[in-house]
Write a protein of this length. Structure first.
Length: 425
């Protein structure tokens, strides 16, 4: 059987193409069932995120045309439409690709950890659908183990490379534990949504979300048990905020020096961490001159992100070395499966010969044959039958000058030492 990984991602296909072949939760089980029953497909799993859709299959042979055709058909796409965007990895390259995806080395944001959780979810869906067998199960478990090793032994995840995450990490450096802190998030776009998620993931439990459209801030607030307010009420709640992150499209500042100064007095000069990600700025520059206020602009964070990206790239080199060794390890296991099937076939053949000799001997024993003579006959017959086919093959190999086969037999039966001993005698 052959392993194959194929699909499209953020680097090969635009979002309008990626959207067309997305596998949502409502269709995932049916898709796995269909894919598993395509000609030549023995095992199957599907990873589908906003940045990639990938199919992992164990095939009976090396053909993959049928599965590519199925991908088009399932989504009602014109045959061949995906060809310019599609990548296909097989064998050792498929294994390496899966490990790189699990470790975040193939992600839009280098080293991002979310994809590992998405892979675990894809694996569980495939398990529930009954589409994962011995090979893919081992591959997924191996990829999870490798991702953990990469996280533990490199700095790939230690340096934030998104502006939103960098803001949260800075907040942690200032306050330490965020659990009892309050955050005020101004805006409801992608950056604020990311910041909200990162804050929640890092233990912050109380968030206030302000936006010009209350409905949008309520939608985001409902996802994180936060409190939504209209943007006009910011001044009423500013003193509650230990952390302020703002990212709106306002042409004028939303927070002025006076409002922040008043809030600091109400807080009895407890420090306030403020991040202005907006362009133009949402927070007046003069706010940064106030005591007990830590104000960072988007440029401050971008410098941090660029520096951290360099650090991640250096860590990625270490991660690639780990992956290379783990690919070899997995391929060794995969190749051993061929030996297992051969060993089973040899054992089955030997057991058939054993059964034949045993049944014949039991029949003679019941007929009154001498047990001692019968035991000698059983040993002789069993030896002759077991050695007949290999002996015949080796004689033919000798006649055909098949030194490779003769040497393999010597190694298999550990005969070299015995032959050397005979020569010495």
């Amino acid at each position: 059987m052959a392993l194959i990984a194929y699909g499209i991602n953020h680097a090969t296909a635009p979002v309008d193409i990626r959207e067309q072949i997305s596998f949502g939760n409502e269709i995932a089980a049916d898709a796995l069932h269909e894919l598993k029953h395509q000609h030549g497909v023995k095992e199957a799993a599907i990873l589908s995120t906003c940045n990639r859709t990938e199919l992992y299959c164990s095939l009976d042979g090396d053909q993959n045309r049928e599965t590519i055709d199925w991908l088009h058909q399932f989504h009602g796409m014109k045959p061949g439409l995906l060809e310019p965007f599609l990548y296909i990895h097989s064998g050792i390259n498929a294994v390496r690709h899966v490990l790189r995806v699990a470790c975040g080395l193939d992600s839009m944001i280098l080293g991002e950890p979310q994809v590992l959780g998405q892979m675990k979810d894809a694996y569980q869906k495939a398990v529930n659908a009954g589409s994962v067998g011995h090979q893919l199960n081992r591959l997924f478990q191996h990829s999870f183990h490798v991702a953990k090793e990469v996280r533990n032994n490199t700095a790939i995840g230690n340096h934030p490379v998104s502006v939103a995450y960098a803001a949260v990490r800075l907040a942690q450096q200032i306050f330490g534990d965020l659990n009892k802190k309050t955050a005020l998030l101004i805006g409801a776009g992608e950056t604020i949504e990311l910041a909200t998620r990162h804050l929640a993931e890092n233990g912050l439990q109380r968030m206030i979300i302000a936006n010009r459209t209350l409905k949008r801030s309520q939608h985001l607030a409902n996802q994180y048990s936060a409190f939504a307010i209209p943007i006009e009420d910011i001044a009423k709640h500013l003193a509650e905020a230990d952390i302020v992150i703002s990212s709106t499209a306002s042409p004028l500042p939303i927070l002025g020096k006076g409002a922040v100064e008043s809030a600091i007095k109400q807080r009895k000069h407890k420090p306030m961490f403020m991040v202005d990600i907006a362009v133009p700025r949402d927070i007046e520059v003069e706010v940064g001159g106030l005591d007990d206020v830590y104000l960072y602009s988007v440029d401050d964070l971008k410098d941090l992100v660029q520096e951290n990206l360099k650090n991640r790239q250096q860590a990625a080199v270490q991660a690639e070395k780990i992956i290379d060794s783990k690919v070899i390890e997995f391929m060794g296991w995969l190749e051993s499966l061929d030996a297992v099937s051969t060993i089973r076939a040899i054992r089955f053949q030997a057991e058939q010969i054993q059964d034949e000799v045993l049944q014949n001997s039991l029949s003679k024993l019941r007929g009154g044959a001498d047990p001692e003579l019968l035991i000698l006959e059983v040993a002789r017959n069993l030896t002759n039958k077991l050695m007949h086919l290999p002996s015949s093959k080796l004689r033919n190999a000798s006649a055909e000058n098949r030194e490779d086969l003769l040497q393999a037999a010597e190694e298999l039966y550990n005969l070299k030492n015995d032959n050397n001993s005979d020569k010495k005698r």
